[in-house]
Design a protein around this ligand. Sequence first.
Ligand code: HEC
Length: 115
Amino acid sequence: MHYVLEPAADTIWDSAGTIATLEGVEDLAPTTEEGWFRVQHAAAVISESGNLLLMPGRTMDGDDWQEISHGLVSTGASIMTAAEQQDADAIFDLGGQLYNVCVACHQRYWVENDQ
Ligand code: HEC
């Protein structure tokens, strides 16, 4: 979570939308091929992390865990496609979807979560 999923998710969340600063509104979308490649890479990590969470020994009880992990696989794959197409709007929307996948699993399985 901390070393694999979170840095990849942060890369995606920091690569779409806008932020308002004193100097004006800054667009977060990548502007270089290298920048887009970073998003593709992060999306691949997200997608494959879904598969890692499905490995024997990682899977917690049955169906919800499986379903949410598959959600990570498919959301990551969609973000990869959007990054290949350099579609910043799609990445923004899918970033929201990604956040919902993280939260769905944490609400269900992260029992010591008191924040
Ligand atoms: C299939 C379930 C599942 C999904 C999906 C999931 N997590 Fe987690 N996550 C957990 C569980 C369970 C914990 C509880 C702590 C642990 O056992 O490592 C956790 C803990 C964490 C932690 C704290 C771990 C630490 O080392 O302190 C972070 C950060 C985190 N998740 C980030 C994310 C992000 C970002 C996403 C989405 C991109 C995500 N997680 C998706 C199950 C999941």
